[in-house]
Design a protein around this ligand. Structure first.
Ligand code: ADP
Ligand code: ADP
Ligand code: MG
Length: 954
């Protein structure tokens, strides 16, 4: 840092008596005396107000803020010694433009000087004049100079008079389209319409051809009128791909002018600066000299005092053209400060006090460029939505800081509210390093460190700019952003921590998002995972399948001596007991144990059916990843899934090619055996699924849905002949294995014997696989009967996940067949450890456990014939109904009332019913009659669906 603060301090007295070092250029504004400033008001807000307050505080000057009603909570108010409300009742921006109010506050509070910042009143000559008239110093040029520079046409004229090259353009505002025509006739296209009183890149329109002329003229005019209250336009030749290079100047009351070198502000979006760099990279030293000396010349021409910026465009050939003077502090003044070590705001204040530049130690020969500085304007604009300003509360704010980083900001902190009322600058990040690459690296690093959540920022876009090769190369032109669409390829933040916090907060305040009718808490104990030996698991049936294909596999199954088991714990068991809520996490933990100890299993049912629905709607898991991960852990035992024919794993008929592709991908990801079923035994649906599995190379296990009681003539809906005929069709269609899928658990031992032995006789070589539910408690007996009648495979679940609406117990089947010709070969003591694991795991899902409402098996299933998974759900719904019934309230128009239907419910005629199951929600039906629900028929395997729901009302 240049030591001029201390120098200034000691010079204070001296400088009162010192005479000016140069004659005054414009006598009407010269004060030529030193009058210390004791109190400064900033007629502005946000970061620039704070920037000025900081400088004042450093100089021992008292600070005054003004704020609009909307800015009551803004930080600039806090950072000043005093703060006053202005523009009561006015629109937000209008408050800061209300000159009488601002002057009044200044007068009432003994303010010596007003700093206008940038924007708002900073370039308004009437404001500078009003300050002067009120005896308050305006920290900036004289009103006359502000006026001249504010009018771009007049500024051009002054530049021309000073011998500074300007872009070819009209000498006065044009008043008709005709003049624009004439101009383009002389200079050709492209041309640019510019607002004579414009700023901030607004009111500008580039025109490439005659055809576009009229429309752009009209638009530019109305834009200028709306933005600046004056529609005056002038025309310039549009310079193609120029660099925007501007020179910082400082002048004092004594006619001394110096420059602080240049800034490259070519990185612009819609003519607005986004990233600014000082000094301009690879700038020809002679061009630099021309730019700086022209700037000084121009400033001298008008008697420029205080800080200002002379803006130029430099074309491809290195020719420079003056475009405008900004008679104020620029947003990007910071980069100049960084490379010159001159505090521009200090200098502004001192000059306004009447100090001369030499007194301040500011001589041209002392101003040196030290390294490179880059500024990024971080805004609360969403680059993904064409830089729309975003508003809201900043939930997380962490900034990039550290060596070489300067942050100028106002409302960048956690809890800050970003309002839509003002411009969206959030923080200026300034990086300083020894050269352009070093500064760029620091900037990239700092931007990467930023975490702003709650409002969107343009940081991802800025990062793309910072990583761009052309940018890193140092020279870009003003069309850089437009010509590099890849800058808009943004990497969205995953925002994991915030999402997690939201989720947890939501759950804590509002409770679980999915209907959980019971309040049981999950157990806090981790399930015990039994040890597994090192090394690969022993070979299993999957090795045969991989070696010999589906047919060889089917043969091996049929030729196997003992009874084979399929373990449903990984899917159907937890569907029946725990509403399918078990996460991959708990499946994976026990998988190595299963692979090492249960290689004798026919298969593990671990996928399909409701897996997709639940994984995506409740678990937020990827079902494919589940399959891949389990496959990796269990390479030796075949995996089995449930495929709902043409419905695949969804709840609707899919186009055939979807089903085919699905099977193909499932097979690729590790699926082996596909149980293809249709709850209504609708053959075309079954055949489609079988064909899809077959062409994917999977094992086809066509399933016959079983219902009624084939052995009880008085109850038989479907006769033995019905099942035999259907089996015939499926075998003819080429199934590798035939399954009897008893979804409700209605197969009684006598029926098993009858059905299985008939099938066995008819198809001696076909593997038979039986699935049931233990709802009535007769499941083990039924499966033993099947085995004795010649079934090859029966479905079981780990003991602690068996019984009731789930499958019969694995341990029971293993123990009951041990030592008999049907011996499963599964070690019983391993079954115990397995069961213990699941007992622990099941405790984690207490809130979904059917035992909350169901304490035992129930033989009424033979009457109601409700499928296992469904039975559990309906139990939940009935319970939930009891809990919420009182809160339903009167029906409101347009509102669907949630009524969970269960047998015994009373419904009124015309009453909308919303059926809610744990699996599938919201099927709205209007009850056609009133009465009490006698029976709820559900005909799908697992969930309630509109079409499948029949209410019988009495
Ligand atoms: P503002 O007052 O809005 O800052 P400027 O006159 O400084 O307006 O121009 C802003 C930007 O617009 C320039 O930096 C440049 O990118 C573009 N621009 C202005 N005039 C021309 C021109 N004649 N040819 C090409 N680009 C121009
Ligand atoms: P993401 O990659 O999910 O967008 P970030 O890049 O913001 O997340 O953050 C990466 C890591 O930073 C997170 O995994 C977390 O450890 C931490 N983190 C992010 N946001 C917060 C936060 N709001 N509070 C605490 N730590 C956070
Ligand atoms: Mg400009």
């Amino acid at each position: 840092m240049l030591k001029f603060r201390t120098i200034c301090g000691s010079l204070k007295l001296l400088s009162i008596r010192r005479t000016s070092t140069a004659p005054a250029a414009s006598p009407n504004v010269r004060r030529l005396e030193y009058k210390p400033i004791k109190k400064v008001m900033v007629a502005n807000r946000g970061e620039i107000a704070i920037r000025v307050f900081r400088a004042c505080t450093e100089l021992g000057i008292r600070t005054v803020a003004v704020y609009s009603e909307q800015d009551t909570g803004q930080m600039h108010r806090q950072k000043a010694d005093e703060a006053y409300l202005i523009g009561r009742g006015l629109a937000p921006v209008q408050a800061y433009l209300h000159i009488p109010d601002i002057i009044k506050v200044a007068k009432e509070n003994n303010v010596d000087a007003v700093h206008p910042g940038y924007g708002f009143l900073s370039e308004r000559a009437d404001f500078a004049q009003a300050c002067q008239d009120a005896g308050v110093r305006f920290i900036g040029p004289s009103p006359e100079v502000v006026r001249k520079m504010g009018d771009k046409v007049e500024a051009r004229a002054i530049a021309i008079a000073a011998g500074v090259p300007v872009v070819p353009g009209t000498d006065a505002p044009i008043t008709s389209l005709h003049e624009a025509h004439e101009f383009s006739n002389t200079y050709g296209f492209p041309i640019i319409f510019k607002a004579a009183y414009g700023g901030g890149g607004r009111g500008m329109r580039v025109v490439h051809s005659y055809e576009e002329l009229e429309e752009n003229y009209t638009r530019a005019y109305s834009e200028a009128l709306a933005a600046f209250g004056n529609g005056a336009l002038f025309v310039e030749k549009f310079i193609e791909k120029p660099r925007h290079i501007e020179v910082q100047i400082l002048g004092d009351q004594y006619g001394n002018i110096l420059h602080l070198y240049e800034r490259d502000c070519s990185i612009q979006r819609r003519h607005q600066k986004v990233v600014e760099i000082a000094p301009a990279a690879h700038l020809d030293p002679q061009l630099r000299t021309r730019l700086t000396s022209d700037s000084v010349k121009l400033a001298k021409q008008v008697g420029y005092e205080n800080a200002g910026t002379v803006e130029f465009l430099v074309d491809k050939h290195g020719k420079h053209y003056f475009i405008e003077v900004n008679s104020r502090l620029q947003v990007e003044h910071t980069v100049t400060e960084e490379i010159t070590d001159v505090d521009l705001v200090h200098a502004q204040i001192h000059v306004a006090e009447g100090r001369s530049l030499p007194d301040l130690g500011l001589r041209q020969e002392n101003i040196r460029i030290n390294g490179c500085a880059i500024q990024c304007r971080v805004t609360t604009e969403d680059p993904a939505r064409s830089f729309q300003p975003d508003t809201g509360r900043i939930e997380v704010f962490r900034s990039g800081e550290g060596m070489g980083i300067r942050l100028d900001n106002a409302s960048a902190f956690q809890g800050a509210v970003i309002s839509p009322h003002y411009d969206s600058l959030l923080v200026k990040v300034i990086a300083h390093g020894k050269d352009h690459p070093t500064a760029a690296t620091k900037m990239s690093r700092a931007l990467a460190e930023f975490r702003v959540r709650g409002v969107k920022t343009n940081i991802p876009f800025l990062q793309n700019v910072l990583n761009n090769q052309q940018f890193l190369g140092g020279t870009v032109d003003t069309q850089f952003i437009d010509e590099n669409p890849e800058l808009f390829q943004l990497r969205p933040a995953q925002n994991r921590a915030q999402k997690l916090l939201y989720y947890l907060g939501h759950i804590m305040v509002n409770g679980p998002t999915t209907p959980i009718p019971v309040k049981a808490s999950p157990s806090s104990a981790d399930p015990i995972v039994p040890a597994v030996p090192i090394g690969p698991p022993p070979a299993g049936f999957r090795d045969i399948l991989l070696r010999e294909g589906p047919e060889g596999f089917a043969r091996a199954v049929r030729n196997h001596q003992g009874l084979l088991l399929m373990d449903t714990t990984f899917r159907d068991a937890h569907q029946s007991l725990l509403a399918t809520r078990v996460r991959t996490h708990d499946l994976k933990k026990i998988s190595p144990y299963v692979a090492h100890n249960f290689n004798k299993l026919f298969s593990i049912e671990n996928w399909g059916g409701a897996t997709f629905d639940v994984a995506m709607r409740f678990l937020y898991e990827c079902p494919w990843r589940r399959l891949q991960e389990l496959r990796e852990l269990i390479p030796n035992i075949p995996f089995q899934m449930l495929l709902r024919g043409a419905n695949a794993v969804g709840y609707t008929n899919y186009p055939d090619n979807v089903v085919f592709k699905f099977c193909e991908v499932a097979k690729e990801n590790g699926m082996d055996v596909f149980r293809v079923f249709d709850s209504l035994n609708y053959l075309p649906n079954l055949l489609l699924g079988m064909e899809a599995v077959g062409s994917a190379g999977g094992v086809v296990e066509a399933a016959i849905s079983y219902t009624g009681d084939v052995a009880d003539p008085s109850r038989t809906k479907y006769s033995l002949q019905y099942y035999m005929d259907l089996a015939e069709e499926l075998v003819r269609a080429g199934t590798h294995i035939l399954c009897i899928k008893d979804m409700a658990g209605l197969l009684k031992p006598a029926a098993c014997t009858m059905l299985v032995s008939s099938l066995r006789d008819r198809f001696p070589d076909l593997p038979l696989h039986i699935h049931t539910h233990d709802t009535s408690g007769a499941g083990v007996a039924a499966m033993l009967a099947c085995a004795q009648a010649g079934a090859d495979v029966v479905d079981v679940a780990s003991d602690s996940m068996s019984g009731m609406t789930s499958q019969p117990s694995m341990g029971a089947l293993v123990a009951c067949t041990r030592g008999t010709p049907l011996d499963t070969g599964v070690p019983l003591e391993r079954v115990f450890d397995y069961s213990e694991y699941w007992e622990g795991a099941r405790g984690l899902y207490a809130a979904f456990d059917c035992t909350a409402t169901m304490k035992s098996g129930n033989s009424d299933v033979y009457e109601n014939e409700i499928p296992g998974g469904q039975y559990t759900n309906l139990h939940f719904q009935a319970k939930a109904l009891k809990d919420v019934k009182g809160q339903i309230g009167a029906p409101m128009p347009g509102k669907v009332i949630d009524i969970k239907v269960a047998a015994g419910d009373k419904v009124a005629k015309g009453q909308p019913l919303c059926v809610l199951s744990a699996m599938k929600m919201e099927t709205v039906v209007t009850s056609p009659m009133e009465g009490t629900v006698r029976k709820v028929h559900v005909t799908t395997d697992m969930t309630l669906e509109g079409d499948d729901l029949i209410l019988e009302i009495e």
